[in-house]
Write a protein that binds this ligand. Structure first.
Ligand code: PBG
Length: 324
């Protein structure tokens, strides 16, 4: 007879629950929210059904509604009007501008909401790139100065976590120094450590009209074929003072999440990106898959791979469908 019969541990739901190794909870989520100019405005993103761009007043209400569901962390992305975009992303440090004024307002009205910001030039750049462009090249060290100013103004506005998503070399250390010099030693950095040059970002670029005006992002975002390079990026970000290491996208990079979790003592985050969300929504709309079950399985797999934090567009619907 078989000594080991693994099915004994699967024989009923109670035992299955007893031996369950990983669980997703609402505490794991950071919910990305898109911001637009105006008042009382809400527009759905065509390629991301169920996800909207919100004007500041409605975004505030959305944050409040999410908090009632137990979602307490948010990452904000602004949709900037074309006429405000320029080569140096000047609008990114405008204290009266859409992004910084909204962060200030949220932290004033809902101080217990944890707000993560995005540091990269693309939403504000007339070139649609994450860094400063000169003669078709993305300049590294010149970009750092701009990113440092962005991070500082975001910290001043009340950001709890700064999220550099630009992939310039040395940005975590540079931003850490700028923040510390201005006494923002308590502001965290969640570095987009292993951010791949991915086609899964398509719907996000639709949401923000932020697609590159020329070329691609392959001179700064990583080659999807590589994993050793993720270790190098992680070494740098860890030694430059990152508080969290993020892998992005999540689903095609579960091995990278595991690799970083096995090798670093700080928490690993994963960004379940726009294209990953869109695929599930599209297939579910055709009744080709059960969207809710696939969503739950995906989130669990990201957790199992080793992420303790998940940035996901599914956060609110997950919270609604798991309401006790
Ligand atoms: C910008 C940024 C991107 C995403 C987050 N920050 C897009 C990009 O790098 O082109 C993508 C998020 C998503 O697809 O959900 N630096």
């Amino acid at each position: 007879m078989n000594t080991h019969r693994p099915r004994r541990n699967r024989k009923n739901q109670v035992i299955r629950d007893l031996i369950q190794e990983n669980t997703v909870t609402v505490n794991d989520f950071i919910f990305p929210l898109f911001l637009i100019e105006g008042k009382n405005k809400r527009s759905e993103i065509t390629s991301m059904p169920g996800i909207h761009r919100w004007s500041a007043d409605l975004l505030l209400k959305e944050v409040e509604a999410c908090m009632k569901l137990g979602i307490k962390s948010f990452v904000l992305f602004p949709n900037i009007a074309d006429k405000l975009k320029d080569k140096k992303a000047t609008e990114s440090t405008n204290k009266k501008g859409l992004y910084l004024s909204t962060i200030r307002e949220i932290k004033k009205q809902l101080p217990e909401a944890v707000i993560m910001t995005d540091v990269a030039m693309d939403p504000y750049s007339s070139d649609g790139h994450d860094g400063l462009v000169k003669n078709g090249e993305i300049l590294n060290d010149e970009t750092l100065e701009i990113l440092g100013r962005m991070a500082l103004t975001q910290a001043e506005a009340g950001a709890d976590i700064i999220g550099p998503s630009d992939m310039m070399d040395g940005r975590v250390g540079y931003i850490r120094d700028v923040l510390d010099e201005e006494n923002f030693t308590n502001v965290s950095i969640m570095s987009y450590t292993a951010k791949y040059a991915s086609a899964f970002y398509g719907p996000f670029r639709d949401a923000l009209d932020s697609a590159p005006k020329f070329g691609d992002k392959k001179t700064y975002q990583m080659n999807p074929a590589n994993s050793k390079e993720a270790l190098l990026e992680a070494d740098l970000d860890f030694s430059e003072g990152a508080d969290f290491l993020m892998v992005k996208p999540a689903l095609s990079y579960l091995d990278v999440i595991k690799l970083l979790n096995d090798n670093y003592s700080i928490p690993i985050a994963a960004y379940n990106v726009s294209g990953e969300y869109a695929m599930v929504k599209a297939a579910a709309a055709k009744n080709w898959i059960d969207g809710g079950k696939v969503r739950d399985e995906i989130l669990l797999s990201i957790k199992r791979a080793g992420a303790s934090v998940i940035l996901t567009y599914f956060a609110k619907e997950w919270a609604l469908s798991h309401k006790k």
